[in-house]
Design a protein. Structure first.
Length: 282
């Protein structure tokens, strides 16, 4: 016999049940999937929000199509759009972590974070104090750089001063090719760390929290689908995305602004002071 309607209802995850489980320490291995939406309140636009998203605001770069800014062949012909974007978002220069980044840091400090898979390249999770061991920056970061032709590594500080101070792409000292930070462009392979960790993480997590992403870029977009079928999944976003469908017993959708929602969640669980403490130190 399958579950009766009433037992299915009893098993259904709700905000109240999730809060209670967080308070009582039921979840011990939380897997987080994050996207550009968690950095919007820091001042960094996302890609796809109509009007404010980067894709609607790329006129100044004169790109043939929006994704060209992260296209390796286009970079080879015209690195300036990416250089200009990098100058804007280079970690530690202009933007500070949001309440949501601090919430992720809080999960880490409480020892209940399995891993964060972030699609963001702004480095704000690390700046918020997330232990590097608990972080997979799926689309790379600005902390290292290399030649797009011969692959030689290039000093990241020198790359930063070329791009941020001089506003130009550095040239490889070995082969004369163009250098870029180790941001994963379309068609490039993801960091090894992703494939090394993701299988174990999806198999062992006991809650998935997805925040601020349209879940349109694979393979990260598929992570929430790879967890066991009875694992609770919480989506904190402005809209329903990916395989989250309303009324699925394992899923809870908290609709709206992620900073407001994680603050509310922390209030309910009793973690708000801790959250504010982390925020005040970033
Ligand atoms: P996206 O496709 O732009 O989607 C963003 C999602 O977040 C949308 O569903 C929005 O509705 C939602 N959203 C926006 N603001 C908020 C908010 N305040 N609270 C809750 N939800 C919100 O971005 P994805 O991350 O899904 O796309 C993957 C791309 C984006 C990756 O390759 C990134 O490298 C790239 N990107 C990164 C950054 C960054 O590093 N900060 C910025 C822009 C784009």
């Amino acid at each position: 016999r399958g579950p009766t309607l009433s037992s299915a209802a009893a098993d259904r995850i709700t905000l109240d049940k999730m809060v209670e489980s967080l308070r009582e320490g039921v979840y011990e291995k939380i897997l987080v999937v994050a996207g550009a939406g968690i950095s919007c309140s820091a001042g960094i636009p996302d890609f796809r929000t109509p009007g404010s998203g980067l894709y609607d605001n790329l006129h100044e770069y004169d790109l043939p199509y929006p994704e060209a800014i992260f296209d390796i062949d286009f970079y080879r012909k015209n690195p300036m759009p990416f250089v200009t974007l990098s100058k804007e978002i280079w970690p530690g220069v202009k933007y500070r972590p949001t309440i949501t980044h601090c919430f992720l840091s809080l999960l880490g400090k409480r020892g209940i974070l399995q891993r964060i898979y972030t699609q963001n390249i702004d480095g704000l999770e690390a700046i918020a104090g997330v232990n590097p061991e608990l972080l997979v920056e799926c689309h790379g970061n600005f902390r290292s750089s290399g030649c797009i032709d011969c692959g030689s590594s290039y000093n990241a500080d020198d790359c930063k001063s070329s791009m941020v101070m001089q506003g130009e792409a550095p040239i490889c000292t070995s082969c004369g090719g163009l250098v870029k930070p180790t941001i994963v462009f379309f068609g490039e392979v993801m960091p090894n760390r992703f494939s090394q960790l993701v299988h174990v993480d999806v198999a062992s997590c006991d809650l998935v929290i997805v925040l601020g992403t349209s879940l349109l870029v694979d393979p990260v977009a598929s992570i929430p689908n790879w967890v066991k079928s009875d694992v609770h999944r919480c989506l904190i976003n402005r809209d329903v995305v990916g395989s989250f469908i309303l009324n699925k017993p394992t899923d809870v959708f908290l609709e709206g602004d992620c900073d407001e929602i994680v603050r509310k969640l922390c209030q309910l669980v009793g973690w708000e002071d801790e959250l504010d403490q982390i925020y005040s130190h970033t």
